[in-house]
Design a protein around this ligand. Structure first.
Ligand code: OOG
Ligand code: NI
Length: 439
């Protein structure tokens, strides 16, 4: 029996291979990587407190590898098979995002590792959207789109075989892993040849640009791959000098001393040459789908903190969210990871009260990084890259979560439950280390 490659390792290899492929496909992505690496190096040099904190929480090691990508699939079967594929790499669907209220006819989840140790090794995430064909009003067009999607298989036979193998035997060995990564790249690759006529493409674009993006090609090309910066304001400011034109505003919370959730900015989607099939030979055209994005991640918020954030976003007033870790922790607004200090381990504390232990210097609480996405930001990113017309009319509000989970073939995980579990486990381990709880 040959040894299985650990799912974390398969994920790391796939993430690296995808990054190399995308860099070759979209040279501007390489420019973004260089920019982010420069800004991060600079930030770590000047903000040593932050550097120490990142090192202590194990995030420094993952930083240069950290990416999220996005794909949009067309059918329930594609989504269910993607879920099985990501499971081979230790990634599970977390959270349900309904983009319909923002005028984007998809609903989504994010596949990512959920275990803190796996996140520390490589937190590779893929925001995955399922097209909601039922939101196309034109019945003939809806049927044509469905028929087009039914004719394609976004997975190679080799990929399908290895997904089966991994499920049947419990994993993949070295040779199987190499083949799996190579075969799976084909699903994420760009195809410059549309599978529909120019005329059908135009009708799909008229229904919604994103519908055309999903339906018109052989596969769900990765549409961006996002590195993580430690200072998005500095990165945004440095973009023009490097020939990159960012969108005007940074999505998400404002700049803070204590970063929360997720801040993102992007450059506009590229106009890329494509060809359409026709009886008279290939016809030239252009498609906009792929763009560049960078992000800064901060502390994950509790439901109370998140409610305050959502309110603040609407009112454009963030004063209710204290810009101070201690206040955020004491008010239960953010999730934190606790650990005993060397001083705490050497001493014998008289109390098991965490705040008292922090005051004594026996315990440290570090913010837990937000590993998920913000639907409002996501809608903003979608919108800014659909090109011209901002869509005023939103689709009817319909959570449709049950439909999504049926297509997915499993329920999505609750992000809040995952953060709660990470915080609780760190508290239990801290108290045990200090001799204040039964192991
Ligand atoms: C995905 C947009 C969502 C993010 O960072 O919020 C996203 C898409 O355009 O397909 O990636
Ligand atoms: Ni993104």
């Amino acid at each position: 029996m040959s040894a299985f490659v650990h799912p974390d390792e398969i994920r790391s290899r796939f993430s690296a291979a995808l990054s190399a492929m995308y860099r070759a496909e979209v040279p501007q992505y390489g420019d973004l990587l260089t920019l982010v690496a420069d800004i991060n190096a600079q930030t770590l040099k000047t903000d040593t407190a932050n550097a120490d904190r990142l090192a202590a929480s194990g995030e420094l090691a993952r930083l240069s590898q950290e990416r999220h990508g996005a794909i949009r699939v067309g059918t329930a079967d594609e989504l269910a098979t993607i879920a099985r594929t990501f499971a081979v790499m230790g990634m599970e669907p977390v959270s349900y995002y309904n983009l319909a209220p923002a005028g984007v006819p998809v609903h989504s989840t994010a596949f990512r590792p959920v275990d803190p140790a796996a996140l520390a090794r490589n937190p590779f995430r893929v925001f995955t959207s399922l097209l909601r064909l039922e939101l196309i009003e034109d019945e003939a067009l809806r049927e044509e789109a469905a028929a087009t999607l039914a004719r394609r298989d976004i997975f190679t036979p080799g990929a399908r075989e290895l997904i089966d193998t991994a499920e049947r035997t419990g994993g993949l060995d070295e040779a199987q892993t190499d083949k799996f990564v190579a075969e799976l790249l084909e699903t994420f690759r760009w195809h410059a040849q549309a599978t529909v006529s120019a005329e059908t493409y135009e009708r799909l674009v008229a229904a919604h640009r994103l519908i055309a993006d999903v339906v018109s090609f052989k596969g769900p090309h990765i549409n961006h791959l996002t590195p993580r910066t430690l200072d998005i304001d500095a990165a945004q400011a440095a973009m023009p000098a490097r020939g990159i034109t960012p969108k005007e505003t940074i999505e998400g919370p404002p700049a803070r001393e204590c970063p929360i959730l997720l801040r993102q900015t992007s450059f506009k989607a590229l106009q890329e040459p494509i060809t359409f099939p026709s009886d008279a030979g290939a016809v030239a055209g252009a498609h906009t789908a792929r763009f560049g994005e960078i992000e800064q991640r901060g502390c994950a918020l509790t439901p109370t903190g998140r409610a305050l954030y959502d309110e603040a976003l609407v009112n454009k007033d963030f004063s209710a969210l204290p810009d101070d870790w201690t206040a955020m922790r004491r008010e239960g607004l953010g999730w934190f990871r606790y650990r005993a200090t060397p001083q705490g381990l050497a001493a014998r504390a008289e109390t098991d009260d965490l705040e008292a232990l922090i005051d004594l210097g026996h315990v440290i609480a570090e913010p837990i990084t937000y590993e998920d996405f913000l639907p409002v930001s996501a809608a903003g990113i979608f919108q800014s890259n659909l090109g011209t017309e901002a869509r005023a009319s939103a689709y009817a509000v319909d959570p449709a979560k049950a439909d999504f989970e049926k297509a997915l073939g499993r329920p999505v995980q609750d992000e809040m439950a995952l953060y709660q579990a990470a915080q609780d486990a760190s508290i239990a381990a801290t108290l045990t280390a200090l001799g204040l709880a039964q192991p």
